[in-house]
Design a protein around this ligand. Sequence first.
Ligand SMILES: Cc1cc2nc3c(=O)[nH]c(=O)nc-3n(C[C@H](O)[C@H](O)[C@H](O)COP(=O)(O)OP(=O)(O)OC[C@H]3O[C@@H](n4cnc5c(N)ncnc54)[C@H](O)[C@@H]3O)c2cc1C
Length: 539
Amino acid sequence: MLRLTEVKLPLDHPEEAIKAAILKKLHLAPDDLIGYSIFKRSYDARKKDDITLVYILDVETTQDKRLLQRCKKDPHVMVTPDLRYRPVAQAPSQLPSRPIVIGMGPCGMFAGLLLAQMGFRPIILERGKRVRDRTADTFAFWRKRDELNLESNVQFGEGGAGTFSDGKLYSQVRDPKHYGRKVLEELVNAGASPEILYVNKPHIGTFKLVGIVQSIRARIEALGGEIRFQSRVEDIQIENGRVQGVILDSGEQMDSQHVILAVGHSARDTFEMLFDRGVYIEAKPFSIGFRVEHPQTLIDRCRFGDYAGHRLLGAADYKLVHHCQNGRSVYSFCMCPGGLVVAAASEPGRVVTNGMSQYSRNERNANSAIVVGITPDDYPGHALAGMALQRQLESRAFELGGGTYEAPGQLVGDFLADRPSTALGSVKPSYEPGVRLGDLSQSLPDYAIAAIREALPAFDKQINGFAMNDAVLTGVETRTSSPIRIKRRDDYQSLNTAGLYPAGEGAGYAGGILSAGIDGIKVAEAVALSILQTVPQPV
Ligand SMILES: Cc1cc2nc3c(=O)[nH]c(=O)nc-3n(C[C@H](O)[C@H](O)[C@H](O)COP(=O)(O)OP(=O)(O)OC[C@H]3O[C@@H](n4cnc5c(N)ncnc54)[C@H](O)[C@@H]3O)c2cc1C
């Protein structure tokens, strides 16, 4: 199999054009081409009047060897790499003990799936509910039919934080072993569209994710794994620097010397418990800011010109960054084309925003977080000080929103002019339970407000209209990533607690669905190999 990269074709090319491009590139006769498949498809929209599709193609010919020899100086022709995943271990028939996975977000789910596939029959403990029940609780809170459920919300429950999301599936983590491919393939096996394997920036969308999560749960169970919902790990037993088991909120004690900690960035009570038990934790940087909403048509027009709305391009996204005079950087984060701003609180009396989309991305607004990077220098002194700052900002947002879980909001024009907003303009905010207009300058530290005020007009130079008067800011965005890192050694075990495997976003080792899944695979492998070492070998 040969791989051809940088194969460029016009946006509206007919299907046969791909075959023609292969024949031309390789100087092949039609009979010599056995078949081809698309490995990746992206677009180049730098010239809005000439948007092109860019393919990576895997090609089978009758003369692969000869072509490779002939094209050996061409960087765009190579042997197709083998990306198949090969398990590192197989459990013995007599398992010495079953590993425990805390958390059924993408990290815990993939750790659990991999362990189950290798025969290690993991037990997954999840504080929240099954995804369908969790969806009902979350929507009831958003629509003001019910109070915030502290164990069943956007952060907690089957599928983890990424379930009510845009389901973007790309990441910039180094992935030399191609674990990301394994994650995508398992998502397709569980019902995701096969296009996620080849489009450049794949996404799944909220409702589809729900079905996929259920299907992965069924596969883990079919392979001998066990998933226990409404089972919050409240304590961890450590003896002589080695984990011995966990204690649930019900008081039940479960023994295991292999515990994967995949609790996500919002398990603040769990972080406090781990800190009290002496597990090594340090503060890490994260970002704070607001969600901004614009008409999606404005973004599409600016990015795609006359091609706006083209079926292969979909709703346009953007990625923006501005380095400010005060030394801060402001950037767009978790952009959700054609999506909704969502209430992502998991603690009482606190308001925090995030964004999600359906697969169709056809809501009227584009949203993204506009955030300022902050570091432990901004919250010195204690490993959990970043978490305390998040809590303080979220409580302030709750107050500014009127104490009913409505979020404080302001029009961009008013925010830039430093005057409170009193009425909406053309952009209707999507956040439920609702937005209370006012003055957002009270909601974040002064340095962050100054940085965002400087960045918005700079972003307007890249996307004409970004600083439009009527665009709506909704506050606050504080959970861009974990405020802590639970440091681990090269063998993925905690720096000072053997048998504890901190993983995923909460431990500071992932920043999204894909990277959390990849990290889940890494720790599952480490746990499997460690368990095998405890099995007596035949003499
Ligand atoms: C609204 C929203 C939209 C997002 N959109 C995207 C996106 O489009 N693309 C993307 O890549 N990322 C997105 N993210 C981020 C992404 O969801 C996270 O990076 C990812 O889910 C992290 O995975 P994780 O498994 O490490 O943690 P989580 O997904 O947070 O999962 C942790 C799980 O552990 C459980 N848990 C916590 N404490 C305990 C305990 N003590 N006992 C038992 N269980 C416990 C929680 O209930 C939770 O289910 C979004 C996040 C949110 C909130």
